[in-house]
Design a protein around this ligand. Sequence first.
Ligand SMILES: C[S@@+](CC[C@H](N)C(=O)[O-])C[C@H]1O[C@@H](n2cnc3c(N)ncnc32)[C@H](O)[C@@H]1O
Length: 409
Amino acid sequence: MACADGDDSEGPAYAGRVPEFPYARLRRFPDVEAPNLQAWDATDELLVARALTLAAERGIDGAAIAVIGDGYGALTLPLVAAGFDGVRVHQELVTGRRALERNAVALAASGFAAHELDAELLRGARLVLLQLPKGLAELEEVADAVARWAAPDVVLVAGGRVKHMTLAQNEVLAGLFGHVQPQRAERKSRLIIATEALPVPADPPFPVSAAHPEYGLTLCAHGGAFAGDRIDIGTRVLLDVMRERAAELGALTRRDGFTAVDLGCGTGALAASLALALDAEQGTAARPDARIIATDRSAAAVRSARATMVANGVADRVTVTLDDAGSGIPDGSVDLVLLNPPFHLGASVHEGAGRRLIDAAARMLRPGGEVWTVFNSHLDHRRALAAAVGETERLVRTPKFTVTRSVRR
Ligand SMILES: C[S@@+](CC[C@H](N)C(=O)[O-])C[C@H]1O[C@@H](n2cnc3c(N)ncnc32)[C@H](O)[C@@H]1O
């Protein structure tokens, strides 16, 4: 990067001011795009402004900066544009990773490196910028990672929209940093500055795991995974239907070259349960050609699902992939999709995310293949499934959840 040694005569051009950055050119694509969904927010701008000031004050160069939770590049790319080289970035979602890459190409920006949430991301980092995650478990995993692997004098600058922030976030940070200082709110966003990293236990706090004997399953979860190590109530409704209709499911699984996809697998409850059911019914040895793929766009989900497959003894027959809507799965190649689609998109409720997975299921199913879907009963997914996939039958409707079976036309 440009020099950041605090020497005025040679000092970096960014010192003391925020360079103009064309935020409006950032796109969310391939994530869902809609008029009410934007690729950056005021928190990104505040975080970058504070980073520039701190870097100038403390002589921190790009190689000592890590960014965590960048949505689509609105943290990383302004830093690159300000002359910081070697910034490391971790993004939880593969959609965000792809968007950052595309935005970087569009803005001809380079000189940053993508990492998982691990020691490589944080080793030697003296400044960490964080878009606060929604969940406290995810925040705890990130804050632990920073305290564990970053430089002892690291400054963690976390930011969020005031309406989504809670005192519990300060408490989580205070469990890992000796000094936690919330800042004055600006433009409906607030920064929290955490310093004096505390010693951490030898073992990281995640993944956590829990046994669910009622389903014969053990779930493992990293901080950012949907529902943690619990089984979500919607997932339970689908698992119950799979159990009650084992014979119908069995007819599908006996097809030659049977391939199933747990689309948006989270911690992998549906895929693990299907693998165990297949074992129980037919024996693994009898079905060497059967394939189960569990796929999610969240890195925490993928790490969790891999751990879940190991914990349930099915890691050799379930392949877990990090992908956007199963984009790597060939068209017309799948017999069964199990789907519990998301219905919250970030903080705004948007059906687009669920529709995207419905379209993906339609794309990957063979004619005669089936998608079994659970969704909140107030959503109009049955119509969407019928339009995208084919004939859609309601299998169960509880006051909150509906389970449908759609057959690919
Ligand atoms: C409601 S959760 C269901 C998780 C799991 N199947 C279960 O039942 O516990 C929805 C999951 O879909 C994932 N997801 C959302 N959009 C996705 C996309 N475009 N591609 C892949 N996964 C996606 C989320 O990360 C989340 O793990």
